[in-house]
Every structure is written in C-alpha cells, then in structure tokens.
Ligand binder design. Sequence first.
Ligand SMILES: Nc1ncnc2c1ncn2[C@@H]1O[C@H](COP(=O)(O)OP(=O)(O)OP(=O)(O)O)[C@@H](O)[C@H]1O
Length: 249
Amino acid sequence: MSSYQKNKIELKHISKSFEDLLIVDDITINLKEQEFVTILGPSGSGKSTVFNMISGLIKPDEGNIYIEGEDYTSKTGRVSYMYQKDLLMPWKKIIDNVSLPLVLKGIGKRQAREIVKEYFNIFGLEGFEYKYPHQLSGGMRQRASLLRTYMFSEDIILLDEPFGGLDAITKSKMQIWLLDVLKELKASIFFITHDVEEAIFLSDRIYILSERPAKVKEEIVIDLPRPRSRDIVTTNKFNDIKKHILDIL
Ligand SMILES: Nc1ncnc2c1ncn2[C@@H]1O[C@H](COP(=O)(O)OP(=O)(O)OP(=O)(O)O)[C@@H](O)[C@H]1O
C-alpha cells in the first residue's frame, strides 16, 4: 500500500490511564484507505482500550482521534466494531441478528431484511437466513457476526480478535475467507490479535505494541504479494518476518 492514500483513521499522541495506572502511552498510528492494519501485542497490553477509544466508547486523557480528517475524539457511531465476544442473540434468526444495526438506525424490519439478504452469499451464509445461531457452525456464526458488524458501517471496521475462539483449522479457513471477501467489500480494517502468523498473513502493516503501558515498539510493512494463499506461511520471507517480530515481542 502506498503513502499517497488518505488516512481513514488517525490517532495522534493518545494516552489513557485507569485509576492512575497508565495503560496506553502516547500512541500515534493510522489506517489508510482499503488497508488492513493489525495491532499486535501481548495480552493485557491495552489493545482493546485503543479500539474502545477509536470507536468513541472511551475518552482518551490526551491526544486526538481523526476519522477521514475530522476530529472524532469521544464520538461514537462512525466505525463498525466487532468485540472479542460479539455474540449473536440466540432467540433471533440470523437474518434479524444481521439486520440489527440497520433497525437501530431506524430502518424497518422488512426493509432491513431486504438490504442484508444481498450479502448472505458473499458471507457464505446463503440458505441460513432463517436459522437460529445454534443451528450454525462456529465459523458460520463468526461470519454472521462479521456481516452484522459490516452492516453498521461498511467502510471502516475494527475487529478485535474475531477468530480467537475458533479451532486452528476453522481459524485458518476464516483467514483465507476474510482476505477473499475483502477483495469485494473494499473496507479499511483495523485488526487486533496476539497471533503473530495471523497478523503477517492478513496485514499490509503491523504495529507492534509493548507490554503495559502500550507504546508502539515498531511498525512493520508486510510486503508479501497478494492474493495470498496458505502456502505463503512456509516461504522464507514469511519466516524472516515472523522471526523479526518474535525477537521484538
Ligand atoms: N474500564 C476499565 N477500568 C479499569 N481498567 C481497565 C478498564 N479497561 C481496561 N482496563 C485495564 O487495562 C489493561 C489493558 O486492557 P485491554 O483489554 O485494553 O488489553 P488487551 O491488550 O486488549 O488484552 P487482551 O489481549 O487480553 O484482550 C488491563 O490491565 C485492564 O485490566
């Protein structure tokens, strides 16, 4: 991804403490148009806190957050945000779970269903519109959660360890599926993980965070070719990047 692209999200000198404990320490990061950027860091380092600030749920003590150049510090409603444990409502059909962001925006249930229906094919959920969450596999439920997230805002999406709870095989399939679906959706993605291989496989860039308080230790550009297939993880280049990251962490 080249430098002339516009910033979709920009964090400038963001700091945050909870009860006098410094959690996020002077973070400056950005996400450009149609970029996939991962925030990689140890457990408890403050990654989710960074996302909570981008989405406007938490106010930073210092610094500003810009979305498409506009100051969005402490303002909600602009970006989609999928939490680590973003559960579907078990009593609602998949189509109504996915329609929820539109219904919350004031669109009627019937019209919301019509809008979301078009995406079931892309998200590999065709035929499951009127099923309940427990009737879907773990990977399908995760794709339904991703579709619901996408319906909130289509262009800027925050994903906090979306595949964390899946088994290794399903996780690997979901990563390939995500890269595939992003070619069609043209969204800009901020992604959180502590899985080094997942970060390299998916990303255009990675910000490595330190242990608490979270600081940016290094920014790494992943110049592996796209489209990427699973084979890439066995290449020398992939392993060199992985070794470099493990040395920093
Ligand atoms: N609202 C809050 N009040 C007090 N402390 C908080 C609050 N939110 C987060 N923390 C603390 O901030 C630290 C960072 O939490 P955060 O969830 O951002 O880390 P993380 O990097 O996302 O971790 P993980 O990968 O384990 O999810 C933790 O020590 C947590 O206890």
